[in-house]
Write a protein of this length. Sequence first.
Length: 129
Amino acid sequence: MDVVSLERGFGSFSEHWSPRVAAGLNGQEVKLAKLLGEFVWHHHEAEDELFLVHKGVLRMRYRDRRGDASSEREVVVRAGEFVVVPRGVEHRPCADQEVEVVLFEPASTLNTGNVRDERTVERPARLRG
């Protein structure tokens, strides 16, 4: 039942696209991540994800594929705002400048979803108190 400081948590690491577990509750994890640049297009078959922007501006891109056609759209999420990405929706977080986000998702959620590459984090590190 300790208080978690977002400032201390985000200050404890510098890597981008490498989430850290800050807390767990009811099978969910609260993760902190720093984002910069474009991430991979991916989706999560069984998990919704919540992205709460602590600092910076996140651009969340969505892609809808139906048959041979594909369409994209983007939402902008600013500090103090959040977006929920529903399961199954292909998405790509983008950050033109460093963004700090708090993620709420099931503990089993893989950061790259259905894609495995050099940015895949199998077991995120826990923040140290």
